[in-house]
Design a protein around this ligand. Sequence first.
Ligand code: CP
Length: 317
Amino acid sequence: MQQDKFIWRHKDLLDVDQLTKEEVFFLLDTAASLHEVNLRPVKKAPVLKGKSIILFFAEDSTRTKTSFDIAGKRLSADTFALGRSGSSMQKGESLKDTALTLEAMHPDVIVIRHNCSGAAQFLAERLNCGVVNAGDGWHAHPTQALLDAFTLRRHWGDAFEGKTVLIVGDCAHSRVCRSNVKLLTMLGANVRLCAPRTLLPAGVDSWPVEVYSDLNKALPGVDIVMCLRLQLERMQAGLLPDMREYSARYCLTPAHLALANPGTKVMHPGPIMRGNDVSAALADSPDSLILTQVESGVAVRMAVLFLLATRTDAGGR
Ligand code: CP
């Protein structure tokens, strides 16, 4: 652990664009050194002993919630999980009062997932403890983008410059897409988005990306394809008139991958919808990095919890 050489100044992690490139690589280096704990027979290190972490997930999650919980426990922190169901938010308590109540119990870090964009920032501005955004509405999912970068680094090393990443699917409603566009471009990769016009983000023409609606035209020259799920829970009626036509045009198959550069791999933040956004044949093939992403998620979340819970107060957000 090289923390003595680098002062981590952030109280919170709200999105990747608050970090410098140097901070991103420091966080990924920290994750790489902590990942070794996950491979031991006894998966425990004492570095967060005595620290308390609250996992406040007001929206469903499998990967993010479990990996933050495992990450905290592997570093010997005490973790406490709370959902919207089972909390007093069900009785009408506001987000602000819920957060102040949780902070009164003196946690070191609160990890929050919420369906409203800006919920994590709202808490970060009001609480003295660290706040981690585990996904807020359409806005941001910084630990997903960081674990994707960690996965790509295991695949490519540090050679992001000149690589091309294609993100396919429901970009409009995807916080993963937004955080990944910011982080991948910061690290020097070219980013392409491919979706029907109705599933491209508003204002995409001013984003630093190339935009496609035809998947066959988007694939030549690509080094990684990231597939996205249709976020039906956030979607207005009418954006997608025919699901079967969508799948026929945008569900990634081995034949599609053959149009990309040799060695191109497929990624997906999950949950995957087999046959809708990625074919079963591809999801289960050696060309898939999907479960490597899940494995990377534990290491990256260990690093995030470690850096936030052990930082000395330097006044930064
Ligand atoms: N990628 C991701 O955020 O997955 P979960 O919704 O299962 O946490």
